[in-house]
Design a protein around this ligand. Structure first.
Ligand code: PLP
Length: 282
């Protein structure tokens, strides 16, 4: 199959999948999601992503009526049916179907599970990427992977229109994360990354990068950093499950980073090796 979509038991090609208008995703963006790349039919860091969607759901009071193992099996079954070496697996749980009404305590609230799998491409891990900065106007639930993504969409569109690859958010002086990735800096051999509070999504790739740093003896500081620190860093890079680790060479049209390839390469290669091992390619 070229791609596959799932909605509450219905399965078919993405282009033909039809969902009920009354799913609260449509009116309120009332749901949470997760996504990962699938290499060799193995979803990367699958357990981490499964754990995160259950955590996100709990934080918005959605009780997923399915065991984690069952969700994993269902999603793996979808991945197995799609052709391709590299795929993208996306899934979301919404509060369910009901007449439009803000409170969600009405009878019949039963979470909906949506998913799709389609072919994807990896970004070049040796590439150098361009970003813009955008004031972070999102709310204070950035630690929850909700499907309310309008500010991220607007920021990412702005980056694309500027010929760039990502938008880096900042609240005043403080850099938070990107429109759909985390951002990190290296200075004097130390990795600095924003702490996991309500202003950033606790990225799974971020978590693995920190573990790699610790294993390779690269000191890690989980503290907020400023726009100025970022512009003056030795290296700046963003990370996500689909982008992996992307080195940044330009922000807002100004050259940045690219001064400590050795340390960046330890992280990039460490992550590539981990991925290959997990996906049975090593
Ligand atoms: N931050 C935001 C806002 C994101 O949307 C994402 C990924 O979608 C990330 C960070 C990176 O998270 P992960 O590494 O789990 O893909």
């Amino acid at each position: 199959m070229q791609n596959i979509a799932y909605y509450n038991g219905k399965v078919g090609p993405i282009e033909e999948m039809v969902v009920p208008m009354n799913d609260r995703a449509c009116y309120f963006g009332d749901g949470v999601y997760d996504a990962t790349c699938v290499v060799n039919h193995v979803p990367m860091a699958f357990d981490d992503h499964i754990d995160r969607i259950y955590r996100s759901a709990k934080l918005i009071d959605i009780d997923i009526p399915m065991e984690k193992a069952e969700m994993k099996k269902l999603l793996q079954g979808l991945c197995d049916q799609v052709e391709g070496d590299v795929l993208f697996l996306y899934w979301q749980v919404t509060r369910g179907v009901g007449m439009r009404n803000h409170p969600y305590s009405g009878a019949g609230d039963k979470p909906s599970l949506w998913a799709f799998v389609r072919p994807s491409k990896m970004r070049d891990p040796f590439g150098v990427y361009k970003c813009i900065t955008v004031e972070d106007k999102r709310f204070f639930y950035c630690n929850i992977k909700t499907i309310n993504l309008l500010p991220a969409v607007m920021a990412n569109q702005k980056a694309t229109a500027a010929g760039c690859d990502e938008a880096i958010f900042h609240r005043g002086d403080r850099v938070t994360e990107c429109s759909h990735s985390n951002v990190h800096i290296l200075k004097d051999g130390v990795l600095k990354t924003a702490p996991c509070d309500e202003l950033i999504l606790p990225g799974i790739t971020r978590k693995h990068i920190l573990a790699i740093c610790r294993a390779k003896g690269i000191p890690v500081v989980e503290e907020p950093f400023t726009l100025q620190e970022m512009m003056e860093a030795d290296e700046v890079f963003f990370s996500s499950s689909s982008a992996l680790t992307c080195r940044i060479g330009e922000i807002d049209g100004k050259p940045v980073g690219l001064k400590d390839e050795k340390t960046f390469a330890l992280i990039r290669d460490g992550y590539q090796e981990e991925m290959k091992k997990e996906c049975g390619l090593a």
